[in-house]
Design a protein around this ligand. Sequence first.
Ligand code: KIV
Ligand code: ZN
Length: 502
Amino acid sequence: MRIIKIFDTTLRDGEQSPGASMNVQEKLMVAKQLAKLGVDIIEGGFAFSSPGDFEAIKTISNEVEGPIICSLARAKEEDIKSAWEALKDAPKKRIHTFHSTSDIHLKYQFRVSREEALKRSVEMVTLARSFVDDVEFSPMDATRTDIHYLCEVVEAVIEAGASTVNIPDTVGYSIPVEFGVMIKTIHDKVKNIDKAVISVHCHNDLGLATANSLSAVLNGAGQIECTINGIGERAGNCSMEEVVMALRTRRDIFHADTKINTEEIMRSSKLVTKITGISVQPNKAIVGANAFAHESGIHQDGLLKEKSTYEIIRPESIGLYATKFVLGKHSGRHAFKTRLKELGYILTDEELNKAFERFKKLADQKKDIFDEDIEALISEEVAKVPEVYKLVDLYIVSGFNQKPTATVKLKVGEEIIDRLEHGDGPVDATYKAIAAITQTKSNLLKFDVKSITGGTDALGEVTVSLEEEGRTVRGKGADTDIIVASAKAYINALNKLAIRRR
Ligand code: KIV
Ligand code: ZN
């Protein structure tokens, strides 16, 4: 059984999804979860692209144990040096450098010849090797590159010291049979290919990223680049959960598997959804809300008799268990701490005290506390930033034939300020009042509200994206009252902007 390496790029290509940018703490949380999931390589970001990405890769390098930590770098000296600076504390590190190879890119974007592109690629792999032993090279837009030239580049960069050659379908153009043939050609024709692992990196523009990656495995690829929930540039990247579960479920065909601890899949998916605010479509394979929901009577009948009649994957194998309410108003600190631990959250005493206080408040409002409620509560706690603005009071008048009115009281520094505003609805009125008190002029790019569990007493979770002078931040809030949750999310985002401004 071959073991296929999983190279996770949620924190780099995944983060390139519109609106998915993550701050250092958020990237660290995801990276820790990826380590639990058992990925082989974490691409933490693109060190040279921003101070935030540099800091995130450095922090991950220092704090996350297990996987190889990797930074992307263009084939430029400054990028490679910056990648090295960010990575140097990691026990296992990789520099991933890339240069386009297709004529379309070389002619119209970079205006360099094939010879120049090859020379630069070799020079930069050599430079990266002077810093680290583990260097990956990607010929960008490989699937639209002349195959003879592609093989020449691959051979040259291996000769220069690249131990992984990644074949990206950058624009999601290839189809499985064709991509398989390309990987087989590289496997059979490149003389020194035994000195490197062939990796694949597929985008999903035609909905074929997973199929293309699997076809590559059948033709000699030993590493798959993918993201949690398939997030990524445009239509996204190959989805980690799909490719991993396809290999696991059809080992009979692939004769290959991964080292992924599949029971962590659901938790990883939820964490990425929470942090990025990008929801998973209900019918998404493996992690969609309906992926294990059986509606048809005939199917239900079969399932009751024998699960394998209609289920090819056991839900528990991806960490999906039937929701059960576990805690309530009489639950003590010990039970709360134990459940948190079972859910995978290890908090410091101070964090635990704060979370427990909020849990008790919630238990007063809501009879049954489900695992999802606890997770929302913790993720809101984690999203917290120093509070320049703090919600003190909120009073709403709203209803049929009523003019929605919000009276908001905020603590701004040491001052308490209140304001009454009208709006098109209670959230609009609340946001107008908050904007007036804080004297901020941000643009609301996204407002998303969802219920955490069923029932009219469910926690509502609100995610907002705000933009101010080119900076975009996300804010989160959860409460049984969705207007309060909306106010909390807006204030959380304004606090982030205030910190960035400073
Ligand atoms: O899609 C792509 O080509 C990339 C490269 C940087 C590997 O993301
Ligand atoms: Zn990509």
